[in-house]
Ligand binder design. Structure first.
Ligand code: ADP
Ligand code: MG
Length: 415
């Protein structure tokens, strides 16, 4: 978009320069006395040379190129100049929880049985059913069963219920595992376990329930630790005036507990995967610009809906494909660093455009010979050519300063 601004300026600038050149020629020809024709020719050529808007044309692409190059060395991939430009304007940073704020590698921490069943047999049933799911929660459960040395039978009729859980048949028994919403939808009453699971959710763990043949048999909880850099990143973004919001499919209490640990007050929890982009649209409603940061398949629509999507590089390919910015490391501190780099690049472009333009505005009258009658000062076309080249050198050198950009939050970069 900012290149568009330069193009619009140039679209006016070029005809204006041609008019000025024509006027210069006519003025000197008519008023220049005996040497009018030679003055007219020399000054007109000087105007045309000095006005060559190559510095203006270079202003944006050089900064974008150096800026994205510096970003890459910091592990931030801008997939387009537009993303680089959009990021610095984001007033709302919406974050997915699992895999973005947290490691995305949860562990099974609790298994509460409703009756006197065998613990190992119950875990075997649940883990066997979960084996067909690629969700991190499922992996946590399967890993726990493996760690206990359990052998998992094959499951049939596996079905993933997006944003809710899964169901499958194991040893002829119908197993359903998922959130309290799923259980409620299945007509199962979870209140008997609610005191337990609420306490677990308040610790930031995700509570789940398991039902076999239509009977609630267990509650489980998985814990997903917060990533090391998340707190620092969130605090930095809030201190720079950005509103930080969590948008997650997880249980509301779990999301609240994680938000509390990070100092985030705005939480949209239990958002169905299909609703994540609607949540972003809602945040955009008041004209605010939203950056969405996510890692999962279910984040892709939200990444596409946001003004700029930021994908965590350790996440899924779909998320990376949809986003305009990719953070190579999973570290969330890459977000404020990317915002700062975007801001630095835009300032650099504005500086370039200003100097490229100011330079033309100042030197065109000199080239036209405005100072000649009073001061005898005129711009030789050779000097004009040198000065014109110098303005491009100036713009390039200014753009190259971006290579020295220092990210505000360190510990994430390679240098
Ligand atoms: P997010 O990735 O934001 O945590 P999802 O929409 O993927 O959210 O999942 C929302 C919720 O659905 C999970 O917190 C969990 O309660 C439940 N769920 C999803 N997949 C599974 C699964 N394979 N097994 C059990 N529960 C699941
Ligand atoms: Mg996620």
């Amino acid at each position: 978009p900012i290149q568009g601004l330069a193009d619009r300026v140039v679209a006016v600038f070029v005809p204006a320069v041609l008019v000025v050149a024509a006027l210069t020629f006519l003025t000197w020809l008519i008023l220049g006395g005996p040497q009018g024709l030679s003055h007219a020719l020399v000054n007109t050529v000087a105007v045309l040379i000095i006005a060559c808007p190559c510095a203006m044309g270079l202003a944006t692409p050089t900064s974008v190129m150096v800026g994205t190059g510096r970003a890459a060395s910091l592990g931030i991939l801008f997939r387009s100049g537009a993303a680089l430009e959009a990021l610095h304007r984001a007033d709302v940073i919406a974050l997915d929880k699992t895999g973005t704020l947290t490691l995305g590698r949860p562990e099974l921490t609790d298994l509460i049985l409703t009756g006197p069943q065998d613990r190992a047999a119950t875990l075997t049933l649940i883990a066997a059913a979960e084996r067909g799911s690629e969700h991190p929660v499922a992996q946590a459960i399967v890993n726990a069963a493996r760690a206990d040395g359990l052998t998992l039978p094959d499951a049939q009729d596996f079905r993933a219920l997006p944003g809710e859980g899964i169901e499958a048949t194991v040893d002829g028994r119908r197993v359903q595992v998922g959130s309290d919403r799923l259980m409620t939808r299945l007509g199962l009453d979870v209140t008997a376990l609610q005191a337990h699971t609420d306490a677990l959710a308040d610790l930031g763990r995700t509570p789940l329930y398991a039902a076999v043949d239509g009977h609630l048999i267990a509650a489980l909880a998985v814990a997903d630790p917060i990533k090391p850099g998340s707190l620092e990143a969130v605090q930095f973004m809030q201190a720079s005036g950005q509103q930080v919001v969590i948008v997650t499919g997880d249980h509301a209490r779990t999301a609240q507990a994680v938000a509390r640990q990070l100092g985030i007050t705005d939480v949209r929890a239990e958002v169905h995967p299909a609703q994540k982009s609607a949540a972003v649209r809602e945040l955009q409603a008041s004209g605010r610009r939203v950056a969405f940061v996510g890692d999962g398949i279910n984040d892709a629509p939200a990444l596409a809906q946001a003004d700029v999507g930021v994908a965590i590089g350790t996440g899924t390919d779909v998320a990376a494909e949809t986003a305009g910015v990719i953070l190579m490391s999973g570290d969330l501190r890459g977000v404020p660093n990317a915002v700062a780099l975007s801001r630095a690049t835009l300032n650099n472009i504005r500086g370039n455009l200003f100097w490229a333009f100011a330079y033309n505005v100042l030197l065109i009258p000199v080239a036209a010979g405005v100072l000649e009658p009073a001061f005898g000062l005129r711009l030789n076309p050779v000097l004009a050519a040198a000065a014109m080249g110098l303005s491009s050198v100036f713009v390039l050198s200014n753009a190259l300063r971006l290579r020295g950009f220092r990210p505000p939050l360190s510990g994430t970069s390679n240098d």
